[in-house]
Structure formats: structure tokens, C-alpha cells
Design a protein around this ligand. Structure first.
Ligand SMILES: C=CC1=C(C)c2cc3[nH]c(cc4nc(cc5[nH]c(cc1n2)c(C)c5CCC(=O)O)C(CCC(=O)O)=C4C)c(C)c3C=C
Ligand SMILES: [Fe+2]
Ligand SMILES: [Fe+2]
Length: 383
């Protein structure tokens, strides 16, 4: 076997408050996050939304210590994975490729080339596939690979998702069991899975497997847990004016409280590190909603971070990928269809070619004004 590398993919997060606006710009400039009818609109709209959103987002990062812990945790996961692989007889170089902040995917690729890696496993740190996360990173890598003959010499393979890996499910079940054992009535507490949402159009129009994989994942974790508790799955962190996957976490919490549920054990499932949506959104915002609604215990299951069972699972996933038939980026990216950010009028007057061009331009302009109105009218861009 040649020199082995493992490229861990993740979202990235602002290390400090000044990074928040440029991080948000990078995120919204990604067409896999906001899909627009014209690529020309992407940069101005990303600038507009990141500028409007930065203050609120900075306030949230301030509440969790002034920046995202994502880089630190992902680096620790990388180190733990390296020693776990070593114990299993595989010497590997580990690289972190973040999509929207340092260390960027491009930086990782440059290092992979300098280290003359010959065999590479690309492992997203998202258990479930979404066009907006793993899909976006694979699309970027596909573009980088196509233009670089040196990279094309590397024997690489990708792991599109691993939500059904037995070791990962066991790690999640163990973490849940530990929390359940600490509540007043361990067999009656509700297990409440909160997944990061995506717009419904991703699933219905673009064929994103995300919802199916999230639902299957929650079910498989409950099977591993093998306890009598009821469970519920809901979606958090919606952004902007379109419909996102339901039920929404805040509403689902209130509904359970109204049904008389007193104890919730909340499990974040779409992400394997602590980050702003666990530390701020769940621990602060949803906790307040729950307490207000009459929930007496609001326990939160920690993200797997460097949990040994979890890291062992990652090592097994890497080793399995080395032995399985190779999978390429382009095989696994979802077909790009245009989904709507906001329902638009259909413009069908095209009697002449120039009228059609103008129809298009007017539609874009109307669309931008509409977006601005919605966002400015709301005053904030989330929830
Ligand atoms: C599997 C996890 C995630 C999915 C799916 C996802 C989709 C998605 N996200 C946004 C918009 C934002 N995401 C933001 C932060 C953020 N997102 C994820 C994970 C998923 N996103 C994580 C782990 C983080 C936090 C990183 C950190 O700093 O710790 C943000 C910025 C934070 C904020 O201002 O609230 C935005 C905005 C969309 C639109 C989307 C699907 C289309
Ligand atoms: Fe997100
Ligand atoms: Fe939030």
C-alpha cells in the first residue's frame, strides 16, 4: 500500500467574532446552500445576507465563548483517528478540509500534494448525506480534481454516508443511555432527536436522501439502545423564508409538553461535534422553550466528539473503504436541479427573443426585491 491519507470533511466555523461575517459570506455564496435562478445573483445576495445576518449570528457566537469550537474538536478527532488507525496497523496522514472556513478544503488538498499521498479515503464528518453538506464538499473536490493531473494519480475513494455503521450507532446508544440513567424516570423520559433541517425543496425537487437517512438513523439508534422509551424526531435551525423539514424542534417540544411529557433527553444527530447549534440553540434557546412549556428535565446528550467507541467506528469505516470497490465524487453527487428559494411567478410571455430576455431580468429584479423585503421585514434571518 502506498502513502495513505484520510481527508476529513466538515463545515468549518468562525474561530473568532471577526470571522463571522466572512464565514457567513462563504456559506451563502455556495449554490448548494442557496439556489438561485442565476449564478450572477449569488455573490451580491451572499454579501447582502451575510451582512444582514452577521450581528445576530455574532451575538450567538459570543454566548458560546466568542467562536466555534469546531476546528479544535475536529483536530482532536483527527488525532484520535490517526492513533486508532495506527493500532489497527494503518499508518495514515489525516487532513481536515472545511467547506466555509479554515483550514479550507483547498489548503488540505495542497498539503496532500506536498505529502505525495498515493491512496486517499475521503470521509465526511456528516453521518447522513445532504446535498447541502457532503454533496457541496464532493462537488468542490470534483472540480478541483478535474483540473489537476497530479491529483488524478491518487487512488481515492469516498464514503458518501455512514449513518448505519454499527459502531457509530453503538456510540450514540451509549451516550443516550448514560443521560437516560441520570433522569428521574429513566424508562419514561422521551428520547428527542433534533436534526439540522434543510429546505423541503431539497428533498422533493432535488432528490436529497437526507430526510430518509436521518429517519433511518434515529430508528437504528433506538434499536441499538433497546430500551422502552418513546422517541420523536424533529428538525432545527431553519434559515430564511422557505418551508423547511418538519416537525420543527421548537413546536415539537411544545406539543410533547402539552401532552404531559415531563422529561426530555435531547439527541443532536446530524453532526458529530459540539457546535453553535448544540451549545447555543439547543442548550439555551430550546431549553428555555421547554422549561416555559412545563418540561421539568431537559437533558442533552453530548455530541460524540472524541468518544472512543465513536473514533473506533471512524477507523473501521476508513478500513472498510480501503477494501471496498472505489467510489468517485461524481458517482455520488446528486443531480443538480434548480430548486426555488422562494415561489416565483411563471413568466411566459416570450413572444420575441428580446422580450424573453427582459422578462428574465425583470423577474430577477422582482425576485431580489421580494427577498429583501422578506428578510428586512423580519429583521432577522432565522427561526
Ligand atoms: C448536517 C448538518 C447541516 C446541514 C444539513 C446544514 C444545512 C444548512 N445550513 C444552513 C445555514 C447555516 N448553517 C450554519 C451553521 C452550521 N450548519 C451546520 C450543519 C449543517 N448545516 C453546522 C454544524 C453549523 C455550525 C458551525 C459552527 O460554527 O459551529 C449557519 C451559521 C450559523 C448561524 O448564523 O446560525 C448558517 C447560516 C443552510 C441554509 C442549510 C441548508 C440549505
Ligand atoms: Fe447549517
Ligand atoms: Fe440558531
Amino acid at each position: 500500500m502506498g502513502r495513505l491519507g484520510v481527508l476529513l470533511l466538515n463545515l468549518g466555523g468562525p474561530d473568532k467574532l471577526e470571522d463571522v461575517r466572512p464565514f457567513l459570506y462563504n456559506l451563502f455564496a455556495d449554490p448548494e446552500i442557496i439556489r438561485l435562478p442565476s449564478p450572477l445573483l449569488q455573490a451580491p445576495l451572499a454579501w447582502l445576507i451575510s451582512t444582514l445576518r452577521a450581528k445576530k449570528s455574532q451575538e450567538n457566537y459570543k454566548k458560546i465563548g466568542g467562536g466555534s469550537p469546531l476546528r479544535r474538536i475536529t483536530e482532536a478527532q483527527g488525532q484520535a483517528l490517526r492513533s486508532q488507525l495506527q493500532q489497527k496497523g494503518h499508518e495514515a496522514h489525516i487532513y481536515l478540509g472545511m467547506r466555509y472556513w479554515h483550514p479550507f478544503t483547498e489548503e488540505a488538498i495542497a498539503q496532500i500534494k506536498r505529502d505525495k499521498i498515493e491512496e486517499l479515503v475521503v470521509l465526511p464528518l456528516y453521518p447522513q448525506f445532504s446535498i447541502s453538506t457532503t454533496g457541496s464538499s464532493f462537488r468542490l473536490l470534483d472540480r478541483i480534481w478535474k483540473t489537476d493531473p497530479e491529483l488524478q494519480k491518487i487512488k481515492y475513494t469516498v464514503v458518501p454516508s455512514w449513518y448505519d455503521n454499527s459502531g457509530y450507532l453503538q456510540a450514540m446508544a451509549n451516550l443516550i443511555a448514560t443521560q437516560l440513567d441520570q433522569v428521574k424516570n429513566p424508562s419514561e423520559a422521551y428520547v428527542f432527536f433534533s436534526a439540522h433541517g434543510v429546505p423541503v425543496s431539497y428533498i422533493e425537487e432535488a432528490g436529497d436522501p437526507y430526510q430518509k437517512e436521518i429517519e433511518a438513523c434515529a430508528e437504528l439508534i433506538m434499536q441499538k439502545l433497546n430500551r422502552p422509551n418513546s422517541y420523536k424526531l424533529a428538525y432545527q435551525s431553519r434559515v430564511g423564508p422557505v418551508e423547511w423539514l418538519q416537525p420543527y424542534t421548537d413546536i415539537a417540544i411544545e406539543e410533547l409538553a402539552a401532552q404531559g411529557v415531563k422529561e426530555l433527553v435531547v439527541v443532536p444527530i446530524s453532526f458529530v461535534s459540539e457546535h453553535i447549534e448544540t451549545l447555543e440553540e439547543i442548550d439555551m434557546e430550546y431549553r428555555e422553550i421547554a422549561e416555559h412549556a412545563g418540561i421539568e428535565t431537559f437533558a442533552r446528550v453530548p455530541a460524540p466528539d472524541t468518544d472512543p467507541t465513536f473514533i473506533q467506528a471512524l477507523a473501521d469505516i476508513v478500513i472498510k473503504a480501503l477494501n471496498d470497490p472505489k467510489k468517485s465524487f461524481s458517482e455520488t453527487i446528486q443531480p443538480q436541479k434548480n430548486t426555488k428559494l422562494y415561489p416565483q411567478e411563471r413568466w411566459e410571455w416570450g413572444m420575441t427573443q428580446s422580450a424573453e430576455v427582459w422578462n428574465g431580468r425583470l423577474a430577477m429584479l422582482g425576485f431580489l426585491i421580494l427577498l429583501l423585503e422578506i428578510w428586512l421585514g423580519r429583521g432577522q434571518l432565522i427561526h
